[in-house]
Write a protein that binds this ligand. Structure first.
Ligand code: HPA
Length: 281
C-alpha cells in the first residue's frame, strides 16, 4: 500500500535531484530573525521552496523560503532559510517535510535554531539556550499514521534525542568564544497566540525552561530518521507573566536581530567543530 506522506517526500526529493547534486553533511534550520545568517555561508546554490512541487511554503513575515547549499568553513551544509509552523494550518507531516528532505539529501546532523520565550527566571532576553531535551506533547506527533518503514521504526527511542556529543561540542565552542550559554528544556506549543501567564506557570511546572512554536516536532521526525540532533534557542523575550510587558512579534524580531551577530558566530564555529567531528567518525 502506498503512503501519501512518503510519496510526497519522494516527489520533493525528485525535484531537488533535478536541480542540484549537492550533498550536505549538516542541515541547519534558521529561526525568527536569524534568517540572514545564510549571508555568512559560501553559497554554492539555492533552491526556492516554490520550485519544489508540493513543498509547504511559509506565510510568516520575516520567514523567507529557500534552501541554501554551501560551505561553513569546509563543512557542506544545507540551510533552511524559513520554516513552516503548525499554526499556519499545515498538517504536522507537512511541517516536518523540509527536515525529512534534508536527511534524504544526505545530511547526518540537524542543527535547529529558534526564537523562544524564556520561562526560567534566571534567563534574560537575548540569552542563548542549548536545548537539552524537549516537551512535544502539545502538538501532534509527525509520526502519527502509517509508519514509513523506509524512514524509521514505528516506536523510536527518545532517550537522548539531542545528541550528547553535539551538546559537548556546542558548550565547548561557546566557552572558547566566551559567549554565555544557558541550558534547558524547550516546550513546543501550537501558537499562534503567545501564552497566558497561567499557561506559562503550567509549562514551568512541567519542567520547561523556554517556550516556542517550532523545533520539537522537527526533532521528532529527524530522530525517527536517525539524524544526530542539536539545537539552540535565542531567548527573544521573557515569557508571558514572567514579564509584565505585552508580547509582540516585533519585540521577538528586534531581540533576535540585536543578538544575531553573536548567534551567527556561535553557530558558525559550532558547525566547523561538528564538521571535524563528523570527518573523524
Ligand atoms: N512564546 C511562544 N513562542 C515564542 C515566544 C513566546 O514567548 N517568543 C518567541 N517565540
Amino acid at each position: 500500500m502506498g503512503n501519501e506522506v512518503y510519496d510526497k517526500l519522494l516527489k520533493c526529493y525528485g525535484c531537488f535531484k533535478e536541480k542540484t547534486d549537492f550533498k550536505p553533511e549538516v542541515a541547519l534550520v534558521l529561526g525568527s530573525g536569524l534568517g540572514d545568517y545564510a549571508d555568512g555561508i559560501k553559497v554554492v546554490s539555492e533552491l526556492d521552496y516554490h520550485d519544489i512541487d508540493g513543498f509547504p511554503v511559509s506565510t510568516v513575515p520575516g520567514h523567507q523560503g529557500k534552501y541554501i547549499f554551501g560551505y561553513v568553513g569546509d563543512v557542506p551544509v544545507v540551510c533552511m532559510k524559513g520554516r513552516v509552523h503548525y499554526y499556519e494550518g499545515y498538517n504536522i507531516t507537512d511541517v516536518v517535510l523540509p527536515v525529512r528532505l534534508m536527511k534524504l539529501m544526505g545530511a547526518k546532523v540537524l542543527f535547529l535554531t529558534n526564537a523562544a520565550g524564556g520561562i526560567n527566571t534566571s534567563f534574560q532576553a537575548g540569552d542563548f539556550m542549548l536545548i537539552k531535551d524537549h516537551i512535544a506533547n502539545f502538538v501532534p506527533s509527525p509520526l502519527i499514521g502509517q509508519n514509513i518503514d523506509e524512514l524509521g521504526v514505528r516506536f523510536p527511542d527518545m532517550g537522548s534525542i539531542y545528541n550528547k556529543e553535539l551538546q559537548r561540542i556546542i558548550k565547548r565552542t561557546a566557552a572558547i568564544l566566551d559567549i554565555p550559554l544557558q541550558e534547558g528544556v524547550y516546550i513546543q506549543l501550537t501558537g499562534p497566540s503567545y501564552e497566558t501567564p497561567a499557561e506559562i506557570r503550567m509549562c514551568c511546572t512541567l519542567g520547561a525552561d523556554a517556550v516556542g512554536m517550532s523545533t520539537a516536532c522537527e526533532a521528532v521526525a529527524a530522530n525517527h530518521m536517525g539524524m544526530k540532533i542539536c539545537g539552540i534557542s535565542c531567548v527573544s523575550n521573557m515569557a508571558s507573566g514572567i514579564t509584565a510587558n505585552p508580547l509582540t512579534h516585533k519585540e521577538v524580531q528586534e531581540t533576535a536581530d540585536r543578538v544575531a551577530p553573536l548567534f551567527k558566530q556561535l553557530v558558525t564555529e559550532c558547525i566547523k567543530n561538528i564538521g571535524h567531528d563528523i570527518t573523524k567518525a
